[in-house]
Ligand binder design. Structure first.
Ligand SMILES: Nc1nc2c(ncn2[C@@H]2O[C@H](COP(=O)(O)OP(=O)(O)OP(=O)(O)O)[C@@H](O)[C@H]2O)c(=O)[nH]1
Ligand SMILES: [Mg+2]
Length: 608
């Protein structure tokens, strides 16, 4: 039975193609807000980190009403590291809007999300967005999308997708390019016409698949998902079907349906809707809430496996505990366990050491977001350099591969090709459009890309665009040289002095301001040569050494290069750690003792 008074859709695209902006328009034009209400841009990007980084990190649902039909919309992230969010969102919907930027065309993540949608046999509406761009190439981009469908083995039915042209920023949509439009009605109408209502039956036994978890300070944990069948009533009892067990006689403390950005409390929910419930403890994403007597769980949500891993250490640096609230093994363990309840693409493994946890995810950005979230919550921890997750097959070690797509200025081709080939990248395509920019494609072990982004941005002076796509596994490529510079390391604790910093001007680049406290073994900067350099950065100028007065002032101290969390994670080598507290980000050697580091190096040399 189809419920024609509902539509459940997802908006999917490559990063920045305008999904969240389009949702703003849909919300505004469906009368969700009051006339005088001030609405911020990209209102669905509600997390602080989403606002700061200008990207969507978690998929979120909202609801609009059009011609008496309730449209539930999932806004999904476009960055590859958050692909798991797209995968889980597609479980909730009966169709998808595939957004494509009118100039950029389909990019790697367009391919990833479209493949996932086609695998689920979802009908697609192609939305060519940003038609106002002066460099729009709408016809070509449309053809590229057809090619992509064919390349992904879409069925004939799937390929006959409708096309809508939008300017999400202005909130306009049109059926063809030679008409004008002042609103999104053509898009609303296409959603109603092309995407069918959910197949759901109120009279069947209840089945509610949990696809996301939220926390509310009044009611505690809130579970969100689609009520696939049956009704949920506030006074009835239900079963919670977890991965390995079924708990009966569960009662809700509240039931909710969605309206705009709000949750509305109700006493009863109907099948086909996207809903939320509170009051049931111990829920994990993928669980089903079902009939009490005769529970039938739905298939659990499956997402692609993680590809990178990082070790999270309890902070044992000399400054541990000075700045954070939570730092013990128990704190870190509890926090990570909480994360996996609500984040489908992260895994946490114990290690041989009780104070070290292995965290697995889809990429460095996803890891950085988790770490940044933790530090803002008051945690202190240390993390290692990200590593790729290998597989064993027929006694051979395989490592994850990536396709990298670059769009760079012509004169950078040489530098970038050289840098990528050192990292075992192989060029598979090169197109020079004669516009001064060149498109290149490389096949490269994922390992070779760890820490490459900042290098790439420096080499292209910020004018390069890099996208990547997971591309299966290949036999281990052997040693890939990483950072080829050494670190400047503090040989004692104390405060950074101007005098000592001036002495470093020819040695490399410092990361710390004068006056900052350091400890022995802490990394102060990047050396301009291989091999680490241990220095006394706390040295004061001896009065007896004073030459002509004011000689200090003639040499200007360069401002230090303060590394962000992402840059710090990219920078560190295998034997180094990033120490993170709510206030500071410090880099350090794993082994703080200089003598022990020296003897380890010697041993390595003899062994090698
Ligand atoms: N010119 C123009 N800019 C647009 C349009 N739609 C969105 N943008 C801009 O594109 C940028 C990205 O928009 P978002 O809505 O955040 O894109 P997104 O697809 O949600 O990005 P992620 O969620 O991070 O994948 C913003 O600066 C928008 O203002 C459009 O139709 N025309
Ligand atoms: Mg977004």
């Amino acid at each position: 039975m189809r419920k024609e008074n509902f539509r459940n859709i997802a908006i999917i695209a490559h990063v920045d193609h305008g999904k969240t902006t389009l949702v703003d328009g849909l919300l505004k034009q469906s009368g969700t807000f009051q006339a005088h209400q001030q609405i911020e841009e990209r209102v669905m990007d509600s997390m602080d980190l989403e606002k700061e980084r200008g990207i969507t990190i978690t998929a979120k649902n909202t609801t609009v009403s059009y011609k008496n039909i309730k449209i539930n919309i999932m806004d999904t992230p476009g960055h590859a590291d958050f692909g798991g969010e797209v995968e889980r969102s597609l479980n909730l919907v009966d169709g998808a809007l595939l957004l494509v930027d009118s100039s950029e065309g389909p990019l790697p993540q367009t391919r990833f999300v479209l493949k996932k949608a086609l695998d689920k046999d979802l009908p697609i509406i192609l939305v060519i967005n940003k038609i106002d761009r002066s460099d729009a190439r709408i016809e070509e981009v449309t053809n590229e999308v057809y090619d992509l469908f064919i390349d992904l083995d879409a069925t004939e039915e799937q390929i006959e997708f409708p096309i809508i042209y939008t300017n999400a920023k202005e909130g306009t949509a049109q059926y063809s390019l030679d008409e004008s439009s002042s609103n999104l009605e053509p898009l609303f109408d296409s959603i109603i016409k092309e995407i069918k209502g959910p197949i759901a039956d109120d009279s069947k036994e209840a089945q509610f698949l949990i696809t996301s978890l939220d926390y509310d300070s009044y009611v505690g944990q809130v579970a969100i998902g689609r009520l696939n069948n049956g009704r949920l009533k506030i006074n009835d009892s239900y079963s919670l079907c977890s991965e390995n067990s079924i708990e009966r006689n569960q009662k809700f403390s509240a039931l909710y349906t969605f309206e705009g950005l709000k949750r509305i409390q109700v006493d009863e929910l109907v099948a086909g809707d996207i809903i939320a419930v509170a009051g049931i403890n111990g829920i994990t994403i993928g669980d089903t809430i079902a009939n009490n007597e005769n529970p039938v769980p739905l298939p659990r949500i499956e997402v692609d496996e993680p590809t990178v891993s990082m070790l999270f250490y309890v902070n044992n640096s000399p400054f541990a505990g000075k700045e954070g609230k939570y730092l013990t093994t128990r704190h870190i363990k509890e926090r990570l366990n909480k994360e996996i309840l609500s984040n489908v693409s992260i895994q946490v493994l114990e290690t041989q050491r009780t104070d070290v946890f292995e965290v697995r995810g889809r990429g460095e950005l996803q890891m950085a977001v988790l770490i940044e979230t933790m530090r803002r919550e008051g945690y202190e921890l240390m993390v290692s350099k990200p590593r790729v997750i290998t597989k064993e097959e027929n006694g051979k070690t395989l490592e994850p591969m990536e396709k990298v797509f670059l769009d760079i200025p012509e004169d950078k081709v040489g530098t970038i090709t050289e840098k990528l080939s050192i990292r075992k990248g192989r060029m598979t395509n090169l197109q020079n459009h004669g516009s001064g920019r060149v498109n290149m494609e490389f096949s490269i072990p994922s390992r070779g890309l760890i820490g490459f982004r900042s290098q790439f941005l420096t080499d292209t002076q910020g004018a390069g665009i890099m996208n990547k796509l997971f591309d299966g596994y290949a036999p281990w490529f052997g040693l890939i040289p990483q950072r080829n510079s050494g670190a400047i390391v503090a040989d004692r604790s104390g405060k950074v002095t101007t005098y000592a910093s001036l002495g470093m001007v020819d040695r490399g680049e410092l990361f710390l301001d004068v006056g900052m406290e350091v400890y022995s073994g802490m990394i102060l900067g990047e050396r301009n040569r291989p091999e680490d350099l241990n220095v006394n950065i706390t040295k004061e100028k001896k009065l007896t050494n004073m030459r002509a007065s004011g000689s200090d002032n003639t040499v200007n101290l360069r401002p230090p290069k303060r590394l962000s969390l992402d840059q710090s994670i990219e920078f560190i080598a295998e034997d180094e750690l990033v120490e993170i507290t709510p206030i500071s980000i410090r880099l350090r050697k794993m082994e703080l003792d200089q003598n022990k580091r020296m003897s380890a190096r010697k041993k390595e040399k003899y062994a090698g």
